[in-house]
Design a protein around this ligand. Structure first.
Ligand code: NAP
Ligand code: GDD
Length: 339
């Protein structure tokens, strides 16, 4: 009989990639969707799997609904990818972020513990938990210092996952994933904001790209490779905590340069901090400027992950680096404009 997997966050970036991978492996895949006035199946359609996933209405802040689903389906594997995942919004919506990202996980874990203890559980933890970093390279042992309501909410969910593993013997695993991007990335996140803008420029737009902190550095990988890591974590001999990362960090400024290079434009930077601007080296046209609106009340300056545990135990290793990632994303955004 086919294994059953339940994925929350099926309309986001990672959910569809993971669903596709599990469908290819012969799983019966269930996806949790939030009710919306206008359904958003864009990412599932993009991968051509919108008819293959069994969609079920859920909201992480509704216990009764989670209870019904878990006790009825009793999935072999439960991947909790749903979250209010935008760090910037978590400063405006701290309570909502906590309810979804922390309390929602408490509901799921407790339902699994009581009614479906054989279900393997994956929690989408994050490098944002390292925040104001305590070590230059972060691994599973690095202490946390979250810098946003989002980061704090995810620390709670991470420790609850560890606690349910240790207290009740659940197969509850936490994947601490560093930033991963793709053609399915939400448009608010900085990489997609940049690649969509660059695609528009290649199509004749003269709009100036406005960004926040250009110095922020992230360990950016490709989402399609990261969902393979999630799957491998639930196939391991025992539940655990794993970091997934590329081991390289790149500033927002350098990502902008890589994205513009895809359309043949080199950037010249001038000025500093709020006055920094980016120009087309050849034409001297202004392309990028800083807008403080996109700064955060507290920033995570730099993230850089060490994924050697995942490599040693799971055999997981990323292949796509940030330059190739920018290339994939800009070309995809250009294709979307030309459709
Ligand atoms: P995403 O694109 O923002 O997707 C989030 C998903 O959660 C969407 O499907 C969203 O549904 C759903 N959701 C939000 N609130 C919900 C609620 N109350 N009930 C049910 N569903 C809800 O996120 P992602 O990039 O795929 O990331 C997946 C997970 O990994 C998230 O938990 C994120 O925090 C974590 N993570 C991401 C990264 C990364 O770099 N991408 C790194 C580390 C960890 P709607 O479509 O209805 O909004
Ligand atoms: N979004 C955004 N927009 N970010 C900007 C901008 C801008 O205009 N300008 C500079 N940045 C900086 C942010 O301040 C941050 O330091 C960095 O770019 C990355 O921002 P995001 O792309 O919004 O991602 P994030 O790192 O805050 O969070 C993502 O990665 C986490 C893993 O570390 C999200 O996917 C989280 O859900 C995930 O947990």
């Amino acid at each position: 009989m086919a294994k059953k997997a339940f994925i929350t966050g099926i309309t986001g970036q990672d959910g569809p990639f993971l669903a596709k991978l599990l469908l290819e492996k012969g799983y019966e895949v269930y996806g949790g969707v939030r009710r919306a006035s206008t359904p958003n199946m864009r990412n599932l359609e993009f991968l051509g799997i919108d008819k293959d996933v069994k969609l079920i209405e859920i909201d992480l802040i509704e216990y009764s609904n989670l209870y019904k689903i878990i006790t009825t389906i009793k999935p072999d594997e439960f991947y909790n990818l749903a979250a209010q995942s935008f760090v910037g919004s978590s400063f405006e919506l701290p309570i909502l972020t906590t309810n979804i990202n922390s309390l929602g996980v408490a509901y799921i874990l407790d339902i699994i513990k009581t009614f479906s203890p054989q279900t393997k559980f994956y929690q989408a933890s994050t490098s944002e938990m390292f925040g104001k970093i305590k070590e230059p390279m972060q691994n599973e042992e690095t202490p946390f210092y979250p810098r946003s309501p989002y980061g704090v909410s995810k620390v709670y969910a991470h420790w609850l996952t560890v606690n349910y593993r240790e207290s009740y013997g659940l197969f509850a695993t936490s994947g601490i994933l560093f930033n991963h991007e793709s053609e399915l990335r939400g448009p608010q996140f900085v990489t997609r904001k940049i690649t969509r803008h660059v695609a528009n420029v290649s199509n004749g737009s003269t709009e100036i790209l406005e960004l926040g902190n250009l110095n922020a550095s992230r360990d950016w990988g490709y989402a399609k490779e990261y969902v393979e890591g999630m799957y491998l974590m639930l196939q391991a001999d025992k539940p655990d905590t794993f970091v997934l990362a590329t081991g390289k960090t790149t500033s927002v400024r350098d990502f902008v340069e890589s994205a513009y290079k895809v359309i043949g434009i080199d950037i010249r930077w001038d000025g500093a901090a709020l006055k920094e601007k980016g120009y087309d080296k050849k034409s001297d046209k202004l392309l990028i400027q800083v807008n403080p609106e996109f700064y955060r009340p507290a920033e995570v300056d730099v993230l850089l992950g060490n994924a050697s545990k995942a490599k040693n135990i799971l055999g997981w290793e990323p292949k796509i680096g940030v330059i190739e990632l920018a290339d994939i994303m800009v070309k995809n955004d250009i294709n979307l404009l030309n459709r």
